[in-house]
Design a protein around this ligand. Sequence first.
Ligand SMILES: [Zn+2]
Length: 286
Amino acid sequence: MKQVLKTILYIVLTLIAIGVINFGFLIYKAKNGIPVYESRAPKLPAEMKDFSVLLFSKTNAFRHHGAIVAAIPAFEKMAKENDWTLFSTANGAVFNAEQLAQFDVVVWNNSTGRVLKDEQRAAFKAYMEKGGGFVGIHGAGDGSHRWDWYEDELIGARFSHHSLQPQFQLADMYLECDSIATFPCADLASKWTRSEEWYVFNTNPRDNGFNPIYTVDENTFNPSGNLGSLITNKDFGMGDDHPIVWYKELPGGGRSFYSALGHSGKAFAEEKVLELLKRGIEWAGQ
Ligand SMILES: [Zn+2]
């Protein structure tokens, strides 16, 4: 009997140890990413329509699996309805000058981590500097990319944390759309209440010359990212000015649009989320 109890104890301890190691690995991966790179470029469609979109869904850090797999068919449907070519890939080797030149817009579909190697990064930066279009969704701005140009010039804000008390909360967003906006925002909802895992940024994209389209009202949710005794220094938000969707025309004619909305797959069934992303894609691809 003693032997049986001992065996059970060992099994339980082993399972706990495996659980702790797995959890530690997930936290490490979400924060730092584990880079895996590709060298062989994918084959693009033989014919590209007038408006073509590269949907890039590679993750080397946290993977928003539900959101990514829900977004792909939603964008495929959008492309069909609007007569775009949509090329969907998780292959970072598509980031080469020749293939990028085929696309009006590159969408980072919850792409996280160091997803591009140096020459691929250089090709993407050159594409944006020559007038390319960028749309980033949620995790694309999560601070795991470890790339100063990407975070400061393209996303425009440094990620701090996301809401954890609780993780998903209903909150009110407000439209910011002035008469000089080049983004087609005039008829978007002026107040929009929805549930999200709310991102908090250490820097305000407004200070980097980005134009918020929606801000989220911190009086309507708790932005704290503290988690028991595991995370104790993230009990803050961005105060009165908390941008959550924004855009910027970049030097050289490139255009960047970022939306921190889209943690869960359900977001890609929301009409308003899809309408905003469609406009982001069309605007960025001009
Ligand atoms: Zn998320």
